[in-house]
Design a protein around this ligand. Sequence first.
Ligand SMILES: [Fe+2]
Length: 260
Amino acid sequence: MKLCTRHFPFEIGYVNMPFVPSDAGSNSVHEVAHCTDMLRCPLMRTPPDVYAEYRTMPGLQIHQLRVAAVGKLICEHFREPIDARSVILACLFHDMGNIIKSDLAVFPEFLAPHPRSYWEEVQREYIERYGDAAHEATISIMREMRLPDDAIALADGVGFSRLAFVRDTSSFEQKVVEYSDLRAGPHGILPMEERLAESRARYRGRRSWADEGGKDDFARLADAARDIESQLFAQCSIRPEEITDEKIAPIVADLKRYQV
Ligand SMILES: [Fe+2]
């Protein structure tokens, strides 16, 4: 018997569990992932546990789950070896700080069951705790969660403005995370072209690449996105059009029980 390092009042039994990655033991979080006290040990957490702890908005929860489901699906059909766990973890938490930059008036249906005033208060608390930059807040939260460095680095590398870098990197994990984010629109899975257009419309006036003056930038980034799609599906046994809401629904359900 050992003690769980973050939940020391309880004595926890350790066993070898199949979901523990091969590098288990490389840090204390992996080590205690062997913990068998699923009901009491906070380290045996699932994405819904984390989202509840961080009061993640419902729309952001389902977005991250969808992105992770797309990422998992691509990894399962990838012909080359790929670090699926890092991809999934990065996708599940890549937007954790996004309430900071959210316009809470845009998707009121995503705020239920709480009123907008509740989320405004959460937003204020996030800014107070993590600062006013959403991406940096996401990385701080992932570190606070003690997620593996590889997953944090992948989440750090995501962003529309980074599409050209992602196309040029040799990391297929980074390409999968970026591409998966490009397929999950606010209301579900979209073809990449529709998602690009939707992002541009949503960020007009807020991002230089989305404005009329940024037409060239947008075209350049959209071309990079198309290149990423080609790079990935050259190695994949499924096609982009096979990634649909119906296809990912059971994966989303499974991911709600994924051990984080
Ligand atoms: Fe996202």
